[in-house]
Design a protein. Structure first.
Lengths: 149, 306
């Protein structure tokens, strides 16, 4: 019996890839609280003032967060498998809370504890939707979505 | 052997972030900055994830699944069976508040939704038949957006097999219009399988401009294995359907002429008219042939006969 090294390599390569995908999938499925992956459809909050034709959104886990004196910065690892970044200028304001929502409702000072463990330190795994307007005037709005489950 | 070695190195590199992040669980509490991977239990999706999921799907599609059924070699006798007209039985679960005065839907409302589904999927292999309606009054289920109340609701009400569509209507809130599980999740979480829609998105409901039944269509698209058209942004793989133009992020409203992925390699305007975008119901009206092909392949891989 003659074994073709090229075919053997390809078979091994394919097997390794399938094995890897299987291991990965078991990890991912495990991660979803027994519910598996899910995707949905989102409508803009009535509190978003941007013309809907000029609006887009990024929803996912906040993977980067900086709260500075005049600017706040976020990075979101989106559910659509992209990494997005946005910053909010809040010159003259104490913080960026005027540009924040909490589960689609106006953000109040007492809500900071729902998203941060200390000033500038976001709760791990925090999710958010960033509403981005392309009209050149309307600043981003961040709708924070701390875990409810 | 060079390719094989590269695969092993690639696999090892992938495994390290999972392992390392699992070990540093406690340390993650203050480590949001630029973290690309969390532990397995809070895994963040990225393009590589989607690629691996797709690889698993393709391995089933190419016959891997059938190899287990005594067909050595896989590809020859296995793979996706030829498309055939398939009628999906739909079990519709209406969730109302505890007093029953909110969330109600008539048989006519539900039949109208089924008609919208049949029209939307008319260029695919699938049609839909209303097999049953039930009504439940439960405040927790009426407002659920997931978690234990969703689990309880679905465990109590779900009917049928992987081939049967269970639709739950409620008043979810949080600006959500609906959500759905994927075919690939059925094997591990069969009781979760199905679609949840905001009750007022059914045709003629109060959720204008999202009240023409296309939330149901969008969610059933997910249930049949379709990603959003903006999946992956402007990346090469996108939504894994060749004939939907790349789209950087979701479109709202009906922004005719939107072109968010520009450059020579991106042909076509954003697919705002596609059911798998986020545009208004009045704006979306089609699935592409490629999406039809994908739904059949996903059906064959994960739902047919299960």
């Amino acid at each position: 019996m003659i074994i073709d090294p090229a075919r053997l390599t390809l078979k091994l390569h394919r097997s390794a890839a399938i094995l890897l995908a299987g291991v990965f999938l078991s990890c991912t499925v495990h991660a979803q609280d027994g519910g598996g992956r899910r995707m949905g459809r989102l409508a803009p909050s009535p509190l978003i003032s941007c013309d809907h034709n000029q609006l887009t959104s990024w929803t996912g886990v906040v993977s980067g967060y900086k709260r500075l004196e005049e600017t706040s910065w976020l990075e979101i690892s989106t559910d659509a498998d992209t990494i997005e970044q946005t910053s909010i200028k809040h010159t003259g304001l104490v913080d960026a809370s005027a540009f924040y929502l909490l589960w689609g409702e106006p953000f109040k000072q007492m809500d900071w504890k729902a998203i941060e463990t200390a000033p500038g330190v976001l709760i791990s795994g925090m999710r958010a939707t960033a509403w981005i307007c392309s009209d050149g005037m309307t600043p981003p709005v961040i709708d924070w979505q701390p875990s409810r489950h | 052997m060079h390719i094989f070695l590269k695969t092993i190195v690639f696999a090892t590199a992938l495994a390290i972030p999972f392992t390392a992040s699992a070990q540093s669980d406690n340390g993650m509490a203050h480590a949001n900055g630029n973290a690309k991977f969390l532990r397995c239990g809070t895994h963040q999706p990225n393009e590589l994830d989607a690629l691996l999921r797709e690889q698993h799907f393709l391995s089933l599609k190419s016959g891997g699944k059938n190899t287990n059924k005594g067909k050595p070699g896989g590809g020859g006798g296995g793979g996706t069976p030829p498309p055939e007209a398939t009628e999906i039985q739909v079990y519709f679960h209406v969730i109302r508040n505890s007093s029953g005065n909110a969330g109600n839907l008539s048989t006519g409302d539900i039949n109208a939704q089924i008609s919208v589904l049949n029209a939307a999927f008319s260029n695919t292999q699938f049609s839909f038949n209303l097999a049953g309606i039930d009504y439940t009054n439960n405040d927790s289920w009426f407002t659920t957006t997931g978690g234990s109340s969703e689990s309880q609701m679905k465990s109590a009400l779900r009917q049928g097999s992987a081939e049967d569509l269970n639709i739950y209507s409620n008043n979810m809130g949080d600006d959500l219009l609906g959500w759905a599980t994927f075919p690939s999740s059925y094997a591990s979480s069969p009781s979760y399988d199905g679609v949840v829609v905001l009750y007022s998105t059914l045709p003629g409901g109060d959720a204008s401009p999202y009240n023409e039944g296309d939330t149901g269509t969008h969610e059933v698209g997910h249930w049949l294995g379709l990603y959003h058209t903006f999946q992956g942004g402007c990346s090469r793989n996108g939504d894994y359907v060749a004939d939907t133009a790349a789209e950087r992020s979701p479109a709202f409203g009906c922004p005719t002429g939107r072109d968010s992925c520009t450059g020579k390699k991106y042909s076509g305007l954003d697919p705002i008219e596609n059911f798998m975008d986020y545009s208004y119901d009045s704006c979306m009206y089609e699935f592409t042939p490629g999406q039809g092909d994908r739904t059949w392949a996903q059906w064959a891989a994960y739902r047919l006969g299960n």
